[in-house]
Design a protein. Sequence first.
Length: 295
Amino acid sequence: MPAATPVSGKVEIAQCQSWLQIPWLLHGFSTRQGGETRVYTAGQKSRDLNLGFTPGDTRETVLANRAKFLRALTRNTSPELSLITLQQVHSAIVHVISGKEPVPQGDGMMTAEPGLLLGIQTADCIPVLVADCRRRAVAAFHAGWRGTVRRITETGVGRMRIEFGSRPEDLIAAIGPGIRQCCYAVGEEVCDEFSSQFAYAADLFREVYDSDPIKEKYPMLFLTARAPGHSNLGPSMHLDLVEANRRQLLDAGVPAENVFVQGDCTSCRTDRYFSYRAEHGFTGRMLSVIGISHT
């Protein structure tokens, strides 16, 4: 399992310990700890590592945070690395990156070029990093529920086979911090979308009865005219996005033993991660990065 590893000063990065043994592979999942951003913390008494150009933060602060994060990630050994990010649109669009081209729209990237770091921004959505240990190629995918139902991860691995000749048995993958099933309640339309696309959709959902002492004490206040079984007193459906993307990796041929899952829930752990849902949209962004060093 990946562990959160203090890399430099107060910056904390979650990494797969076994991946650290691959000399040419750079990777990491940022946390919110160790930056210069003050706007997202109550009382602004502490500083966050916001790595996204969000409306609430200044560009100068985010650039300083990114520089600090990259120094920690590379341990100051690869200053020539270039960070590539996308204009993410919750799609299944995947790009092959070969240089410092303008930021495209999409939710997946892959490259075989040394010196490039592919970065996916999240604040609840699931980041997926993939590396081909034989071909020295890497990929990064942004998997919210829309991208997941469009098979962003499965499509991306298939694209690696086409572009780089990657064999699934040579791939390793890491699923990073994101909102877990415990906190990810979704509507009926999301359930319907997944049911229409995946034979195993039922395995991705479970009913959760939220504990609300006010509703339990005064149930009459919350009764509606809706038909039985459709009251807001009933259970909510919770989606397991992590398992959905793990299943896509397996369906694409990646061996189960090569798939690592970082178990933290961003919504549960707002002390460590940004969570769009738990913080009601006013929050920063983490970066999940992967790249090939010049080694």
